[in-house]
Design a protein around this ligand. Structure first.
Ligand SMILES: Cc1cc2nc3c(=O)[nH]c(=O)nc-3n(C[C@H](O)[C@H](O)[C@H](O)COP(=O)(O)O)c2cc1C
Length: 184
């Protein structure tokens, strides 16, 4: 049994990233519980919160929620060749104060996507750089960059591409193996 938090790097109502994330939930075996973690309500991280013992309630609650998970799935679009600020902020908030980094040794998997062809490569790799600093082991292969995402989703938000579903299943299988290794 493992609990996996899903962080989506978009607040958009019709977000492709969120739709991809919901498709991926169905690919996990029994015993894996997945939950979308809300991040849009978090204030921008201010170091004074922690230095001056003035952590807002919403941050306390968010940090408590993050502690519940054994692993994290990041599904993100690319903003200006990097990860969206909302996702970076959510990671920063959970990384401080320094001795309370909540991400350390928690396995991660990354999916980037875009309606364009470059498929969020920049976001994907900037995110890898960030989580390396936080000591998160991450699925290295397969790398998942989903381009032309709008064309891969049907009217119900389901992925209509066998190739993409197989790629996502391979990612999930590797992620499950990584989680098992870290829980052992
Ligand atoms: C501020 C901003 C910057 C963007 N920069 C990029 C980019 O660098 N590369 C890219 O492929 N798409 C870029 N886009 C387009 C997004 O990929 C597109 O809006 C996508 O639908 C956002 O993901 P979502 O559907 O999950 O909200 C950008 C969009 C915004 C709003």
């Amino acid at each position: 049994m493992a609990k996996i938090g899903i962080l989506v790097g978009s607040l958009r109502e019709d977000s492709y990233s969120r739709k991809i994330a919901l498709n991926v939930v169905d690919l996990f075996p029994e015993g894996y519980e997945l939950e979308l973690v809300e991040i849009g309500h978090l204030p921008f991280y201010n170091q004074d919160f922690d230095d001056k013992n003035a952590v807002p309630d919403v941050i306390e609650k968010y940090r408590s929620k993050i502690k519940e998970f054994d692993a994290f799935l990041f599904v993100t679009p690319e903003y200006n060749r990097s990860l969206p600020a909302v996702l970076k902020n959510a990671i920063d908030v959970g990384s401080r104060p320094p001795k309370s980094n909540l991400w350390g040794r928690k396995p991660a998997a990354i999916i980037s996507n875009s309606p364009g062809k470059i498929s969020g490569f920049g976001a994907n790799h900037h995110l890898r750089q960030v989580i390396a600093c936080l000591n998160m082991p991450v699925v290295q292969q397969p790398e998942v960059y989903i381009g032309n995402v709008a064309k891969l989703l049907d009217d119900n938000g389901k992925i209509n591409s066998e190739y993409t579903n197989k790629l996502l299943q391979r990612l999930v299988d590797e992620f499950v193996e990584l989680i098992k290794r870290y829980k052992a």
